[in-house]
Design a protein around this ligand. Structure first.
Ligand SMILES: Cc1cc2nc3c(=O)[nH]c(=O)nc-3n(C[C@H](O)[C@H](O)[C@H](O)COP(=O)(O)O)c2cc1C
Length: 381
């Protein structure tokens, strides 16, 4: 694997850590380059109180010297400000730790499966790692991947396509300035306002909402990924990356879902040669055919289930008493689709950066650039 990363850290632990291995030497990387995406992940109408406490920033502790990557593993740390309020609950030292076991498992969360798996009698031991706080570390790593991709003119962005039953009606071209100024990251102002109202109504009813985010990567060269084996197909790698986002339950590449109910004549993208460029009349395939990028923008949709911690808790079983009970509640988000889109960008960027390194190789940025440019010159010819 050309690029890989590992994260560590509990939701209310001292900090999150991520080690990103495989970024070539010579890439400009400063801590301030990673702040914007971390803040975007914290935002979006529908987040809970936790995000008002945190001010995420990544501290670079390894892999960079004088503002340039060294080719060695890059290690980033994100402090959890809320840890100050959880020092005793999360204490490492057995003499200090304060336990108040959570046994009323939340339907839809990892509590029950995690407790059975690890033999835990306190859902705290499960939810601290299952929590999507971990995705802040992914966004930091994804920020580095985005910087590498930018060197080759590849741009990865996202928007909110749906919240609950409200769908964005934006056409093929997305107004990214509107997305970034929208409280729900929606390019369609009317739908955006309806999404905000729907989230407020859900909050009032003690309920939660899911939805759909869309990630678009532009400037992706043809030829990334391969149909050589099942695990080299770029569509499969992207699908895993997207569905690995907590609460993301389905993925579609391009018009994959819509196309399943249409005849072939209305689905397939016809190749065209115009202005000395080979392209396609449409991009229903979302930039991927045969698990290989085909030169069109990559379009991936992630489908989020509603958040499982409800202010009006659902029925459950208390694992201690085995009696029926109401599920545990702790401060929680109402809707995270806008934030999940930012995590989706990070995951797509990490997969794409891996695919670029896999195809072109190179231990330094100049070496990688030579390889990319040599290939592109041949493709363009
Ligand atoms: C950005 C983000 C924030 C989330 N915040 C919460 C939350 O506040 N409360 C909650 O119950 N679930 C939240 N989730 C979802 C849970 O982490 C997820 O449902 C849980 O880990 C179980 O995993 P699964 O839904 O993938 O099966 C969030 C997900 C994301 C992507």
């Amino acid at each position: 694997m050309s690029l890989r990363f590992l994260t560590a850290g509990e939701s209310h632990g001292e900090r999150l850590t991520v080690i990103l291995d495989g970024i070539p030497a010579g890439l400009t990387l400063r801590e301030e380059d990673l702040v914007a995406d971390l803040r975007r992940r914290q935002g979006g109408h529908g987040r809970g109180g936790r995000m008002a406490i945190e001010q995420d920033a990544a501290h670079i502790v390894a892999g960079v010297r004088g503002g340039l990557t060294l080719g060695s593993p890059i290690t980033l740390e994100i402090a959890n400000r809320d840890w100050e309020n959880w020092r005793q609950v999360m204490a490492v030292d057995p003499a200090e730790v304060k336990r108040k076991p959570i046994t009323r498992v939340r339907p839809g969360h990892a509590d029950l499966a995690g407790m059975l798996k690890y033999g835990a009698d306190d859902a705290r031991d499960v939810l601290e790692r299952a929590s999507a706080r971990e995705t802040a570390a992914r966004v930091a790593a994804g920020g580095v991947a985005k910087l590498l991709l930018k060197e080759f003119g590849i741009l990865v962005r996202s928007y909110t396509h749906a919240v609950g039953a409200i769908k964005c009606q934006a056409g093929a071209s997305v107004d990214w300035a509107t997305v970034e100024s929208s409280p729900v990251r929606c390019p369609d102002a009317k739908a955006g306002a309806a999404m905000v109202a729907a989230i407020d109504a859900a909050r009032e009813h003690g309920d939660t909402l899911g939805g759909v985010f869309t990630v678009i990567a532009e400037g992706v060269p043809p030829g990334l990924g391969s149909y050589r084996q099942w695990d080299t197909r770029l569509d499969g790698l992207l699908a895993q990356a997207i569905v690995s986002i907590p609460a993301c339950k389905a993925v579609a590449i391009g018009d994959g879902v819509v196309g399943a109910s249409l005849p072939g004549s209305e689905v397939h993208d016809v190749p065209v040669y115009e202005n000395e460029r080979l392209g396609h009349e449409t991009n229903r395939a979302g930039g991927l055919t045969g698990g290989v990028s085909n030169g069109e923008p990559l379009v991936v949709h992630g489908y989020m289930k509603p958040i499982s911690t409800l202010l009006k808790p659902l029925a459950t079983v208390d694992l201690k008493t085995k009696e029926p009970a109401r599920a545990h509640y702790e401060r929680s988000d109402i809707c995270v689709v806008p934030a999940a889109g930012v995590v989706g960008e990070a995951m797509v960027a990490l997969v794409l950066a891996g695919a670029v390194l896999e195809k072109f190789g190179g231990d330094s940025l100049p070496e990688l650039r030579r390889n990319v440019e040599g290939y592109l010159a041949k493709v363009r010819a």
